[in-house]
Structures are given as structure tokens and as C-alpha cells.
Design a binder for this molecule. Structure first.
Ligand SMILES: N[C@@H](CCC(=O)N[C@@H](CS)C(=O)NCC(=O)O)C(=O)O
Length: 264
């Protein structure tokens, strides 16, 4: 029986973190995931739980306490159900893990800004910024990793945090033609990236689902917002994104219609 409830937006990378952690722990059944439709205003019962904020995921305990922020939720689950431990035990190793995790926010921010960017003149600057994140991660791993391809011997907490973001950045491949740098300066990060994406505990979403759902981001509309001339967001649940046509690659072109995207 489920002991905790997560309210989440499907295909959200931040809630996939929790799904991966639970899969690694063999505890998927202990948390119930309740889907929230981001294309509609948040219902009052949900806003009551969050105290008025709209960002998901949130976790609710059986006695109605609510936690926010995926990294906080990961830590809570790890401490609530400590065995098997996924974060490092040793204080120094835990610090190394946290140093890598501390790079996540800027990395995520650049990728989301890049997919939403509508100015062709800014494209090269975004590519250079993404490349420099990968080079920075590579240097970090070369210096601190005790394992290969992972940071330590197994897929651990740093991998739980980064993998869903690596997968979301399939939208950069599809809409920007961008993939992680292939040169030697980023080789260690690339090896880590590829191993993270291939890990059996991280297969909750596919390339197709991500690029179909995030189409509107590539044309500048995030979080279920509507683009001009459209009546449905690409984040709509229905028709299901698993069966809609995969949107065309690229983005600096006329935007597709509801019909082109299989949304009618
Ligand atoms: N820092 C937050 C980010 C969560 C986040 O950005 N969630 C997105 C969905 S992927 C969201 O709820 N967007 C809608 C909103 O903020 O109203 C976390 O790690 O939990």
C-alpha cells in the first residue's frame, strides 16, 4: 500500500528523479503518483496543499504534511527509508556527491533557456554555454570520480539528479540539433551521460514522449502556455503523447498547428 503521495506533472524531470530513486530502492509501490494537468489552472484543493504555489512535484505524507523541491524530497525518502542507501555514507564522499549535484541548477537552467530561445543570433552562445557545462562536469569527474562511468562504483544520488535532465535535453537534440560535445575535453562527461541514460532504473520516459510533449517549449511557450493560433498545448494529456506524430526536427521555421501535432 502507498504510504506517500507525489503530485506531479507527467514527464516532469524533477518527479522522474523520485521515480528513479524509488526504483533503485525497490520501493516504487510505496509512493502513489497523482497526475496534475499543467494545461489547466491548478485546482483549489491542490493550492491549499501547497499554500498557493504552483510548482510540482510536491510530496504529501499520510498525515497531510507537504514537502516541495525534488532534491529535498529525494533526501527525505533516503532518510525515511535508509536501506538500501543510494546517497554516499562516508561524509567526504557525500560532500563530493553534493558538489556535483550543486552544478545541476545552472546546467538545467541553460538547457531550458536554450530550448525556449527564439533569437537565432543567440544560438551559438547557448551552444557554447552548454558545451562549457559538459567540459566542467568532465573535469569534475576526472578529478573526483572513484568509478567509471559513474561518480562512484554504482549509479547513485548524483546520477539520480542528473539523468532526467540529460533525458529532457533530447529536446535540444531534436529542436536545436545539439548533442553533448564529442571532443576529448568532454569525453568523461559524455561517458557518464551515456551510462546514466542507459541505466535500467531510469527508463520511465522515452525520446518520443519528451520531444512530443516539449514541442511548445521549442517555440517559446513553457509549462502548458498556449502559442498563438493554437487551441491546445503540446502538454495536453489527450490525445496521448505516445501516439501523436513526432514533431518535425528544428525550430526556426513556421510553427506547427494543433492538427499537425495530432492534438485535435
Ligand atoms: N526546483 C523545482 C523545480 C520544479 C519544476 O520546475 N517543476 C515544473 C514542472 S517540470 C513545474 O511545476 N512547472 C509549473 C509551475 O512552476 O507552475 C524542483 O526541483 O522540484
Amino acid at each position: 500500500m502507498s504510504e506517500l503521495t507525489i503530485f506531479h506533472i507527467p514527464v516532469c524531470p524533477f518527479s522522474q528523479r523520485v521515480e528513479i530513486l524509488l526504483a533503485l530502492k525497490g520501493m516504487t509501490e510505496r509512493v502513489r503518483f497523482q497526475v496534475v494537468d499543467v494545461t489547466k489552472p491548478r485546482p483549489d484543493w491542490l493550492l491549499e496543499k501547497t499554500g498557493g504555489t504552483t510548482t510540482l512535484p510536491i510530496l504529501e505524507t499520510p498525515d497531510g504534511k507537504v514537502l516541495k523541491e525534488s532534491l529535498v524530497i529525494l533526501r527525505y525518502i533516503e532518510e525515511l527509508w535508509p536501506a538500501p542507501g543510494i546517497a554516499r555514507d562516508d561524509p567526504y564522499e557525500r560532500a563530493i556527491e553534493r558538489m556535483l549535484i550543486a552544478r545541476e541548477a545552472a546546467f538545467t537552467d541553460t538547457g531550458y533557456r536554450m530550448v525556449m530561445n527564439q533569437d537565432p543570433a543567440q544560438r551559438d552562445a547557448y551552444r557554447a554555454q552548454m558545451d562549457s557545462h559538459f567540459v566542467g562536469i568532465s573535469r569534475f569527474l576526472e578529478r573526483h570520480a572513484c568509478g567509471d562511468p559513474y561518480l562512484f562504483e554504482h549509479f547513485g544520488l548524483a546520477e539520480v539528479v542528473f539523468t532526467p535532465i540529460f533525458m529532457r535535453f533530447w529536446f535540444l537534440e531534436h529542436y536545436e540539433g545539439y548533442s553533448p560535445p564529442t571532443g576529448p575535453e568532454a569525453a568523461r562527461a559524455r561517458r557518464w551521460h551515456d551510462a546514466c541514460i542507459a541505466h535500467p532504473s531510469a527508463q520511465q520516459v522515452t525520446y518520443r514522449e519528451i520531444v512530443t510533449l516539449y514541442y511548445d517549449y521549442a517555440f517559446g511557450a513553457g509549462n502548458g502556455a498556449l502559442l498563438p493560433g493554437r487551441s491546445r498545448s503540446s502538454f495536453a494529456f489527450d490525445p496521448a503523447w505516445r501516439t501523436r506524430p513526432i514533431p518535425p526536427r528544428g525550430k526556426f521555421m513556421p510553427a506547427a498547428s494543433d492538427a499537425d501535432l495530432g492534438l485535435l
